[in-house]
Design a protein around this ligand. Structure first.
Ligand code: 9MJ
Length: 672
């Protein structure tokens, strides 16, 4: 019976390790998460019932242990050497020549590997069980990070072999996959924690956590690339066979490892890996070349602290340090204002960089980037370079903070940053040249002014030819303007003019929507049109008025206010109306411009003709609110006969007091 349990436990551990390997190492799971959980729970239950059978390398023990107060030191029996670097083809040729000379051979076979940009780690397996994991440290003494290493699912707790070495030290690199890095930074941002500058820093920060539960949550990965000390195992004769062996034990070995011949093979591999660099799921900073034959390696030997039989061929740095000469802002198609650092020109990964995006104001504050600072700049693929961090030690005393300009650099309209938004925007939506194409395209779109035939391409041409600057210009176009444009024969030009003419007769809702006010979609435009009934009332509305409109909250109200507060936009609206754009005014749902809209009333005493309910209904119909008690928020107290304490309170607070006659006057006025 006991033997059965022992067997079942061993079987479950083996199965869990296998499925772990399928999932995390070869990325082709065979069972569902639920099935995995079921096996896991069965093992957990058996181990709980038989604590004497629990071993540290059980798959249930990946995340467990309590937080440490510090990491213990570990001496590496075989030192963990670093590699010399080559930065040019000439240096690689010189390396190959040294190798050839040392062993008096030509056309050497080299094992070639990506150079992972992570942290070098040493894993020790005894009788096939993972017993320890340590960082490289200074190469001789590292830190014991075993508990954290166990949380890395790609690292087997048990080697997948019935005949493991009695003891083997496996070396490789712990890293964070790019996708996990992006996710981690999103979480950091959400929790208002500092983002990591790159996957390498994230991996280092995650592995050096005293609490393994934090490491576990970070999703680290591992690639093996070598063997250190080894007992009870016949080492293969070649490095490439060794890494293959590691893979058969279910250690993750990069798919890109290969064997090539001679210097031409090395340089070709460098090119090939360089071309796929951006597409790889992990960061690399070069490739590594190692003489494949281990006997030849021994013959070539070491110099100082590095092997002479291997070299790292680095890619040009993707990060560089330079000066922030100035910070100014760019205006996007939607009016988004992006601060941009103007940099002293610097080569980053072979490309001269003079500008880097700073994303937004908060980002500048978070990274504390100032004009005059030395900054680290990164370029990844074709994306706009960005500032990663500031070299604070080099900050000059006169470094200046960035101040968001109040005016759009392109059109001079006000720049505003709405509540709860990170992005500041130019408010000159209809007028701003930077937003012209987008604004026109939206204006003409089917659900807005519905100008048939006026698509993106045509708008682009018209703007580029300076025919149209803002929507009102569309209504001044003539046949002669249009026929000069590409693919615009007289017939299509005529059709377009007819469509433009037709669009003049529209609805208020469409017109409001066409203005492209931020946060004002089609439905909100309809609500606004129905509520206000005419454009003038919408333009004159204050925040309280706007908040009365169904589904209009503070953000939308503010966006509308900002839009109409910008004189440039008002000008375009006036020009549109002057050009003949019109609609049939609807009866407003609510009476607007009322002195009473949004005002807070308290009624007290007996009114001469109206009942209290009637007075209340009339007030509410005019957009006022009626409450029961007088406070500082009360605008008016409507008094009748025998008014009591509410009247005296209103007098104390200096609140306007009116009688029924004045009320009826007020109500009457707005129907004028
Ligand atoms: C990295 N970082 O990818 C070695 N490395 O070999 C590879 N590092 C190495 N090999 C001996 N692929 C010392 C370091």
């Amino acid at each position: 019976m006991f033997a059965d349990i022992q067997n079942r436990i061993a079987e479950l551990r083996q199965q869990l390790e296998y499925h772990n390997y399928r999932y995390y190492v070869v990325d082709t799971p065979e069972i569902s998460d639920a099935e995995y959980d079921q096996l896991f729970r069965e093992l957990q239950a058996l181990e709980q019932a038989h604590p004497d059978l629990l071993i540290p390398s059980s798959p249930t023990q990946r995340v467990g242990g309590a937080a440490l107060s510090e990491f213990a030191q570990v001496s590496h029996i075989t030192p963990m050497l670093s590699l010399n670097n080559a930065f040019s083809d000439a240096e690689v040729q010189a390396f190959d020549k040294r190798v050839c000379d040392a062993i008096d051979l030509v056309d050497i076979n080299y094992a070639v590997e990506p150079k992972f940009d992570g942290l070098a780690i040493s894993l020790v397996y005894e009788q096939g069980q993972l017993v320890s994991g340590a960082t490289r440290g200074d190469g001789y003494v590292g830190e014991d990070v075993t508990a954290n290493i166990r949380t890395i699912r790609a690292i087997p707790m048990t080697l997948a072999t019935a005949t493991p070495p009695s003891r083997i030290e496996i070396r490789g690199e712990v890293l964070m996959l790019k996708a996990d890095f992006i996710k981690l930074n999103q979480v950091q941002l959400k929790n208002q924690l500092k983002e990591f500058a790159n996957p390498r820093n994230a991996a280092a920060g995650s592995l050096r956590q005293l609490d393994p539960r934090i490491t576990a949550a970070r999703g680290l990965h591992f690639f093996a690339y070598g063997v250190g000390q080894c007992e009870g195992w016949d080492m293969p004769s070649h490095h490439s066979q060794m890494t293959q062996q590691l893979a058969t034990w279910h250690l993750p070995v990069a798919r890109q490892v290969a064997v090539v011949v001679g210097v031409a093979g090395l340089l070709d591999y460098y090119q090939r890996i360089g071309n796929m660099r951006e597409q790889l799921p992990f960061d690399i900073d070069g490739v590594v070349y190692k003489v494949d034959d281990l006997a030849q390696q021994a013959q070539i030997g070491y110099i100082a602290r590095a092997p002479k039989f291997a070299i790292a061929h680095k890619f040009p740095a993707q990060e560089a340090t330079t000066l922030v000469l100035d910070i100014d802002v760019q205006v996007g198609r939607t009016g988004a204002i992006t601060p941009v650092a103007r940099l002293a020109p610097v080569l980053v990964g072979g490309v001269t960089v003079t500008n880097a995006t700073l994303h937004n104001e908060d980002e500048i504050l978070r990274k504390d980037i100032r004009i005059g600072d030395s900054v680290n700049v990164r370029r990844a693929g074709d994306v706009i370079p960005e500032v990663v961090s500031v070299v604070l030690s080099r900050r000059p005393v006169d470094a200046r903070r960035f101040v968001m300009p109040t005016r759009c650099p392109v059109c001079g309209s006000h720049i505003v940053r709405l509540e709860n938004e990170t992005i500041a925007r130019c408010t000159g939506g209809l007028y701003c040249p930077a937003q012209r194409k987008q604004a026109l395209w939206h204006f003409a779109s089917r659900r807005a002014m519905d100008i048939d035939g006026l698509g993106e391409k045509l708008i682009e041409q018209m703007v580029d030819a300076d025919l149209v600057q803002h929507p009102a210009d569309l209504y001044r176009l003539g046949l002669l303007n249009l026929v000069g444009l590409e693919r615009m024969a007289e017939k299509s030009a005529q059709n377009l003019l007819v469509a433009i003419e037709k669009s003049k007769h529209t609805t208020l809702a469409r017109f409001i929507y066409a203005l492209g006010i931020r946060h004002v979609g089609e439905q909100t435009a309809k609500d606004l049109a129905r509520y206000f009934g005419n454009l003038d009332s919408l333009i004159k509305a204050d925040e309280l008025n706007l908040l009365q409109v169904p589904d209009v909250g503070g953000v939308v109200a503010n966006a509308i206010l900002q839009f109409f507060a910008e004189p440039h936009n008002r000008t375009v609206v006036d020009l549109l109306c002057a050009a003949g754009v019109h609609w049939d005014d609807a009866m407003p749902d609510n009476v607007v411009n009322s002195a009473l809209l949004g005002k807070v009333f308290v009624i007290t005493g007996t009114l001469p003709t109206l009942s209290r309910d009637e007075a209340k209904a009339k007030l509410e119909a005019a957009g006022a609110k009626v409450t029961g008690s007088v406070s500082k928020k009360t605008d008016y107290v409507l008094v009748g006969a025998d008014a009591g304490s509410k009247l005296s309170k209103a007098q104390d607070l200096g609140i306007a007091i009116i009688d029924e006659v004045s009320l009826l006057n007020l109500l009457g006025q707005q129907h004028d």
